[in-house]
Design a protein around this ligand. Sequence first.
Ligand code: NAP
Length: 302
Amino acid sequence: MEHRRVGSLNVSVVGIGCNNFGWRTDAAGTAAVVHAALDTGINFFDTADVYGGGQSEEFLGKALTGRRNDVIIATKFGMKMSEGKQGARPEYVRAALDASLRRLQVATIDLYQIHFPDPNTPIADTMQALNDAVKAGKVREIGCSNFSAEQMRAARATPGPRYFASVQNDYSLLERAADAEVLPECARTGVAFLPYFPLANGLLTGKYRKGKTFPEGSRGKDAFGPEVFTAENIERVEALIAFAESRGHALLELAFSWLAARPEVSSAIAGAKTAAQVRANSRAAWWKLTAADLGEVDRILS
Ligand code: NAP
């Protein structure tokens, strides 16, 4: 498994997104996914306080008992947990951090991320609180999520000394908005990019085919993320499958390897519901796409 940098952290290029935990996956299912990930060399787990109403962090912490030193744990704060418990005010950052440390049962969070920009709090105040958390040894690196390049620059202009090691935004073969400004900002400043929804909710795994009923138990079937499962995207997926197969690969490999082809991308934090999915994903980032391959993908998607 290849590793890449997020600031001082060394993360596997295939990571695990943990938003299924505590929602679609119970504690035993979480442990199965986490242990399969560790067995395949995946060391990076991305969760958030809000996932599963706190249970994602709890289940992850429990599943990682005895393995803390083998993994890099990222979590996030700021989305509404309950009335008044949201945002990025310094006193809330402190409370949310302590709550995440408790749920995860760890002394330090490796990467602590603002889930969304908080328009009601000056970014300098939030950055100060995050810097204080680093100084106190509760956090190793800080990051942001759903930030524009302009919002990243505003954070970078604060006194620091720490700035974001990473930005986590929606990005995949089917969602390219970050190409315009955020990825160039990452390239310019050395901030790691963590693509979320790297598999477009599973649409890029190859299990959704034109004219076929969506598989039982899949997100496409239970209509999560219906905006992704459009007829137009199914057509694009068919074209991507044909391209990947013409090069001797599967769509799943194209989805991961295309992300890994971007040097700004540190880890594709894909969600997984089963150990088998984790094992397949862990083997999918090896295809070294050539410039001609990448150009062909752009042509297919244009
Ligand atoms: P995703 O990674 O695009 O898709 C994951 C889903 O695809 C799985 O739950 C599974 O769903 C299916 N799948 C995965 N591997 C598969 C395989 N090998 N074969 C067949 N199906 C497979 O979506 P996500 O998990 O929602 O997002 C990834 C992570 O990004 C999250 O866990 C979270 O950490 C992060 N995220 C962050 C934000 C943010 O605002 N920062 C927002 C969203 C997500 P089924 O089995 O149910 O079909």
